[in-house]
Design a protein around this ligand. Sequence first.
Ligand code: HEC
Length: 121
Amino acid sequence: MKKRWLFMALLSTATLLTASDAGAKLSEEKCTSCHMTSSSSAKLKDGKMHAPPMWGVMKKVKNHFKTKEEGIAFITDYTMYPAEEKMIFPEATKEYFGLMPSMRETVTNEEMKLIAEYLYR
Ligand code: HEC
C-alpha cells in the first residue's frame, strides 16, 4: 500500500513537471550519488568518486554512437543490465570503480526514458 502511494505521488509530480525537468530531477535522485555532475559535486561527502562523472559518461556515449537513438538505447540498456562486455569505458574503469550495479530495482522503464532523454539533451 505504501509503495503504491509513493508511486502515485511520483507519477503526479512527473506529469506536473515538463519531461526535461522530470528527467533532471530523476537523474539527480538516481544517478548522481555515483556519477557526479557540476551541480552535485558538493554532495561527494566522503570526497571520493564512485563512478566516472556524468559529463564524462555522456561524452563517451556521444562519441561512440552515431545517432541519438543509439545513444539513448545504450544508456537505457546499460543502466538496467550493466555488463562488462557492453562497456564503452576501458577495462581500467571497471578495475577502479567496479562494474555499475543494475538500477532495475530503483528505476522504472518510464523513469529511465525520461532520464536518458534528459542526459542526452
Ligand atoms: C552505485 C553507483 C552507481 C549509480 C547509482 C549509477 N551508476 Fe552508472 N556507473 C557506475 C560505475 C561504477 C560505472 C563505471 C563502470 C561501468 O561502466 O560499469 C558506471 C558507468 C555508467 C555508464 C557507462 C557504461 C560504460 O562502461 O560504457 C552509463 C551509461 C551509466 N553508468 C549510466 C547511469 C545512469 C543513467 C544512472 C542513473 C539512473 C547510473 N548510471 C547510476 C556506478 C553507478
